[in-house]
Design a protein around this ligand. Structure first.
Ligand code: AMP
Ligand code: MG
Length: 349
C-alpha cells in the first residue's frame, strides 16, 4: 500500500485535506494524525473491518482495547450505558483534553474495539487537527497511538513514517504532539474512580475536582502478579532496542554509579548513552549524552522522553543509563513510561 503523506498547519487548517481524510475514514481507511498527547492512527470505530486493520497495522494484541475519540461531549451518550455525576464533572473540566474515561458501554460499539470488555474508553481531544478530522468524518474515531506495538509512542510525523509507512492510507504531518505522553486513563465505570494510566492530567488535578481517586495497584509496583485493569499496561512498551536502566539514589552517588557503568560498557566496546537533565550534563563522562530538559521542568522532560528513546535506536545505542526523574505531577506519568521502557530495570543505591 502506498501511504500518502500530507502536511497541515494546525493554525491554518487546510479544509480540503480534512475533507479528503474524512472521506477516507468513511470508506474504511486508516489515517494517522496528531493529537495533543501523541500521534494516533485513526479509523471508523463503527466499522469492524477498519478496527481489525488497526490491530494489524500496529501488530497490537487483540485483547488490548482502543480509545474512541469524539468531537463533542454529547456524543458520549451514544456509546455508554450511564454517565455519572462524577464523570460529567470531569468531562466539563478536562475535555477537550488529555483525559480518557472508561465507561460501561451500551450495544452500539462492537466488542472488537473494547477487546471483549463490557467497558469502553472515550476521549475528546483538544488538538485542532484531530478535532477537525473527527468532526468532518461525523464518526467516532478509534485512534490508538500510531506506533508499531511495543515501540515508543510517536510524538512527530517522522516517527509515524518510520513505523507505519506502507501500512496506513495516509499520514498527516501536523508538527509535534504538544504533550508527548499518552492520555491519563481513569476508570469511572464504578463508584470510586480508578487511575489506570497516569498522564498529564495528574491525580492531584483529578482529586481537586472529584475527591478520592484510587490508583490501580499495578501502577505503583504492588501486587506484581495481578493483571492490570487496563489491558495495555501489561504489555512491554515504549522499549528502545538497547538495554535501559534507571538509577535511583542521591544525585552525587547516582551520577558516580552511572559514570562507572558507562566506563565498563565503553571499555567492553559497546555504544553507550546517558539521558541527562540540563543541570547534570557536565557531570557525566560519556560519548553520548542526550539532554531531556531541565530537572525543574517536568513538562519538558515528558515531552522529550519518547523522542529520545527513538533517537537511541537511530544511533544504535546498546546500553542506556538515566537517573530517575521527579515523580511529582506529570513526573508520575514520565516515570511510569520510563520504567516500562526499561522493563522495570532499576538500580537502587
Ligand atoms: P493507546 O490507544 O495506545 O493510547 O492505549 C490505550 C490504553 O487504554 C491501553 O492501555 C488500553 O488498555 C486502555 N484501555 C482502552 N480501553 C479500555 C477499557 N475498556 N478498560 C480499561 N483500559 C482500557
Ligand atoms: Mg499505545
Amino acid at each position: 500500500m502506498t501511504t500518502k503523506i500530507v502536511k497541515i498547519d494546525g493554525e491554518h487548517i487546510n479544509l480540503h485535506v480534512i475533507e479528503e481524510v474524512a472521506t477516507l475514514l468513511k470508506q474504511g481507511g486508516l489515517v494517522a494524525f496528531p493529537t495533543e498527547t501523541v500521534y494516533g492512527i485513526g479509523a471508523n470505530a463503527l466499522n469492524e473491518n477498519s478496527i481489525k486493520r488497526i490491530y494489524e497495522a500496529k501488530g497490537r494484541p487483540s485483547d488490548n482495547p482502543l480509545i474512541v475519540h469524539i468531537a463533542q461531549l454529547s456524543d458520549v451518550y451514544k456509546y455508554v450505558s450511564e454517565v455519572s455525576d462524577i464523570s460529567l464533572k470531569l468531562m466539563n473540566k478536562f475535555w477537550p483534553g488529555p483525559l480518557t474515561l472508561i465507561f460501561n458501554k451500551n450495544a452500539t460499539l462492537s466488542s472488537v474495539i473494547t477487546g471483549g470488555l463490557e467497558t469502553v474508553a472515550i476521549r475528546l481531544p483538544s488538538n485542532n487537527i484531530a478535532k477537525a478530522i473527527i468532526k468532518a468524518s461525523g464518526l467516532p474515531i478509534a485512534a490508538p497511538s500510531a506506533n508499531r506495538s511495543g515501540k515508543p509512542s510517536p510524538t512527530r510525523a517522522k516517527h509515524v513514517i518510520e513505523d507505519l509507512d506502507g501500512l496506513v492510507d495516509m499520514i498527516i504531518d501536523g508538527g509535534k504532539a504538544q504533550i508527548g505522553l499518552e492520555s491519563t486513563v481513569l476508570d469511572v465505570s464504578s463508584s470510586i474512580p480508578v487511575l489506570l494510566r497516569p498522564g498529564s492530567v495528574t491525580i492531584e488535578m483529578l482529586e481537586k475536582e472529584i475527591g478520592q481517586v484510587l490508583i490501580d495497584p499495578t501502577l505503583i509496583g504492588e501486587h506484581e502478579k495481578i493483571t492490570p485493569k487496563s489491558p495495555g499496561m501489561k504489555y512491554k512498551h515504549y522499549a528502545p532496542k538497547g538495554m535501559l536502566a534507571v538509577v535511583y539514589g542521591e544525585d552525587y552517588l547516582a551520577i558516580k554509579e552511572i559514570n562507572q557503568l558507562v566506563k565498563e560498557k565503553e571499555v567492553a566496546g559497546y555504544s553507550v548513552a546517558v539521558i541527562s537533565t540540563d543541570e547534570d550534563k557536565e557531570m557525566y563522562q560519556c560519548e553520548n549524552i542526550m539532554v531531556i530538559g531541565s530537572k525543574n521542568n517536568g513538562i519538558e522532560i515528558a515531552a522529550n522522553l519518547f523522542k529520545i528513546l527513538r533517537k537511541m535506536d537511530e544511533k544504535g545505542i546498546e546500553y542506556i543509563y538515566t537517573k530517575a526523574f521527579s515523580e511529582e505531577n506529570i513526573g508520575m506519568a514520565t516515570m511510569n513510561r520510563l520504567l516500562k521502557a526499561a522493563g522495570n530495570k532499576k538500580i537502587c543505591l
